[in-house]
Design a protein around this ligand. Structure first.
Ligand code: ADP
Ligand code: MG
Length: 387
């Protein structure tokens, strides 16, 4: 199976892109990680818990003060002059424009900047490259303005940039792990209360990319969110004070099934059972019980497939092959409709498990999936630029 080795530093890539694009050196740089969510999918906009891990792969943003705004990404290497107050262009620069607008709203934006972005993350693969770029940009640009924002401020700027400005129906999970990730830990984030708790995650995990890019801004996630909002309205006819779908218990599901249309009842069933699984998974992880954790992941995947309708055949097959060949567990991670599968396997067995997944996938889909491993890594940070 092709494993992409990414020992390149995103900071060095961003810094050299800056120099070659702008013929000057950046004044500041910051980087933020992508993430895999171990479990807790579509719970973050329903008031439930999530359990993400920050990846070793990161996005770096290098910046220097300038009159006006000029953005370049290593994705295409083209410098774009951008007006912050003009309508969004409906391309990747919207994410940076969103960050600048939100920084301005709290008085933490520089007057203008040259910005170079580089990443070792796959883009649009369900690994949160969007929060990596917005959190790293919020950090770099606020530093350029002489401000040190708190993690909570960085999360809010990045969330609003993506949610309010770009218009993606995301929750706050991705920004939160990008800001709070730490080596050797997963983060149990209760999105209803905002509570965060670190849970030890000492080992490695594998990411198998389905090679199918999800398209969040094309409406699928917005549709699911709208369904959840409608389901919440209907549930409030039964439980008037209900704040979030995740506040329901599994005991309430028969009443939900009796009252709601079948598709909405299925969405609720996913959110409620996923909430239960995620808290159990955090306990299992804290005890080092990878057997139980693994089964919870597989049940979570089944719930996404059957009740949320967000898996794809490629992801279902990777989970099937992983479980047939001795993985602890596997699950489609991220919003769905494409993206990547997280695989937990005993470390001494992982090479064999991954080879079996590759072979099964090749036989069924006629191509090799890209796979790589990571340990839990750190969150957003300022990067020192080499002299
Ligand atoms: P994911 O977060 O799962 O990778 P999203 O669809 O949420 O997928 O975000 C991907 C989008 O974020 C890209 O289409 C692009 O607009 C923007 N983006 C992310 N990383 C970069 C980057 N390094 N350079 C330019 N744009 C990026
Ligand atoms: Mg994203």
């Amino acid at each position: 199976m092709p494993t992409t080795v990414t020992r390149l530093s995103s900071v060095r890539l961003a810094s050299s892109l800056f120099e070659s694009s702008f013929s000057s050196r950046p004044a500041v740089a910051a980087s933020a990680p992508g993430r895999v969510n171990l479990i807790g999918e579509h719970t973050d906009y329903n008031g439930g818990p999530v359990l993400p891990v920050a990846l070793e792969r990161r996005t770096a943003v290098a910046a220097g003060v300038e009159d006006g705004w000029f953005f370049v990404s290593a994705l295409d290497g083209t410098v774009r002059g951008v007006e912050i107050d003009r309508p969004l262009r409906r391309d990747w620069t919207d994410y940076l424009v969103g960050v600048v607008r939100e920084l301005r709203a709290i008085g933490a934006a520089p007057p203008g900047a040259r910005v170079a972005v580089a990443s070792t993350l796959p883009i649009g693969a369900g690994l949160s490259s969007s929060a990596a770029i917005t959190v790293a940009a919020a950090k770099a640009l606020s530093l350029l303005a002489g401000r040190r924002l708190t993690p909570a401020q960085l999360i809010e700027v990045a969330y609003r940039a993506e949610h309010d400005q770009v218009g993606v129906g995301c929750g706050r999970m991705d920004q939160t792990i990008a800001a709070h990730g730490a080596p050797g830990t997963a983060l149990l984030f209760e999105t209803g209360s905002g509570a965060i708790q670190r849970v030890p995650f000492p080992g490695r995990l594998w990411v198998v990319e389905t090679g199918v890019a999800h398209r969040l801004t094309e409406g699928y996630l917005d549709r699911r969110r709208a369904e959840c909002e409608r389901a919440l309205e209907l549930c409030r006819e039964l439980w008037p004070g209900l704040a979030h779908l995740a506040d329901l218990s599994t005991d309430d599901l028969p009443a939900v099934a009796a009252r709601l249309p079948a598709d909405l009842a299925a969405r609720v069933r996913h959110v409620v059972t996923e909430t239960f699984r995620t808290r159990l998974a955090a306990d299992a992880l804290a005890r080092g019980d990878f057997g139980q954790l693994g089964w919870l992941l597989v049940e979570g995947h089944e719930s996404l497939r059957v009740d949320y309708g967000s898996t794809i055949p490629e992801a279902d097959a990777i989970v099937e092959f992983a479980m047939d060949h001795g993985a602890h567990g596997a699950r489609l991670t991220g919003a769905g409709g494409g993206g990547s599968v997280v695989v937990l396997a005993p470390e001494d067995e992982s090479a064999r498990v991954l080879a079996e997944i590759a072979q099964g996938f090749r036989e069924r889909f006629g191509r090799e999936p890209v796979a790589w491993s990571t340990r839990a890594a750190s969150g957003v940070r300022r990067e020192t630029l080499r002299g």
